[in-house]
Design a protein around this ligand. Structure first.
Ligand code: PCA
Length: 212
C-alpha cells in the first residue's frame, strides 16, 4: 500500500511550519506495510494546484494525508470537510490573493474527508494525544489542497482515501512568536500521523474487501 503525506512550507508571519518537518520525517519510511511518499507543497495557489494533482497522478497513493499548520488551534484537528471556495485572508507566497473564487467551477460544493476521521480521533484520544474533529479547514491553502486531493481522486475514479490534518506549532516555533501560541511536540505529531496511517490503511482494506 502507498501513502502520500503532504505538508506546507512557511508563509506569512509564521516563524516556520512544523509540517515541513513531518514530511521529512515520513518521506521514504514504511509504517507497517505502507510505503510513504512525503511531499512539501508551496503556499501558493497556482503552483500547489499543479503539484498536488501531478503527485497523485504519478504516485497513485491509496491513502492521501495532507497536513498543515493551524497556528491558533490548541490540538490536532482532523478535518471532516473541504469546500469549493477560496477566500484568502492574506496573499499567498506568490502574492496571489483570490477572493470568492471556486476551486473548481465544475466540482461539487463540498467533499467529505474519506479518511476514517472518527476512528482516528478516538484512537488519538485513547493514545493520550489531544485532538478534535473539525468542520472547517478554512478557505486558504489547506482547504484548497484537501479539496483538490478529493476532487482528483473522484475525477480519476480512484479508490484512494484522502483528507487533511491540521497541527499546532512545535514549542520551538511557538516560542518565536510575539504572542502566546499553543504548541505540541514533533514526537506527538509523528505518533498521531502514524495512528492516522494505521487506521486509514485498516479502513481502506475493509472498503476493498466489502466490494468483493
Ligand atoms: N496552513 C495554512 C496554509 C499552509 C499551512 O500550513 C492553512 O491553514 O490554510
Amino acid at each position: 500500500m502507498k501513502a502520500l503525506i503532504t505538508g506546507f512550507e512557511k508563509w506569512g508571519e509564521e516563524p516556520g511550519n512544523p509540517t515541513e518537518r513531518l514530511v521529512s520525517i515520513f518521506d521514504g519510511k514504511k509504517v507497517n506495510d505502507i510505503e510513504i511518499y512525503g511531499f512539501l507543497l508551496p503556499v501558493a495557489f497556482n503552483r500547489a494546484r499543479k503539484e498536488i494533482v501531478s503527485k497523485i497522478e504519478e504516485i497513485k497513493p491509496d491513502i492521501i494525508i495532507n497536513t498543515g499548520l493551524a497556528a491558533s488551534r490548541l490540538v490536532i484537528s482532523i478535518e471532516r470537510v473541504a469546500v469549493n471556495i477560496i477566500d484568502a485572508r492574506r496573499p499567498d507566497n506568490d502574492g496571489v490573493r483570490p477572493i470568492d473564487e471556486p476551486i473548481d467551477p465544475e466540482g461539487p460544493f463540498a467533499y467529505p474527508s474519506t479518511l476514517p476521521t472518527r476512528r482516528i480521533f478516538e484512537r488519538l484520544k485513547s493514545s493520550g494525544i489531544p485532538a478534535k474533529l473539525s468542520y472547517s479547514a478554512g478557505t486558504y491553502l489547506c482547504n484548497f489542497v484537501m479539496y483538490l486531493s478529493l476532487r482528483t481522486v473522484d475525477k480519476l475514479g480512484m479508490q484512494s482515501l484522502a483528507g487533511f490534518i491540521h497541527v499546532p506549532h512545535t514549542p520551538d516555533l511557538a516560542a518565536k512568536k510575539d504572542k502566546p501560541a499553543p504548541s505540541m511536540s514533533i514526537d506527538l505529531m509523528e505518533k498521531a500521523l502514524k495512528i492516522a496511517l494505521e487506521e486509514s490503511a485498516a479502513h481502506y482494506l475493509d472498503k476493498i474487501k466489502s466490494q468483493g
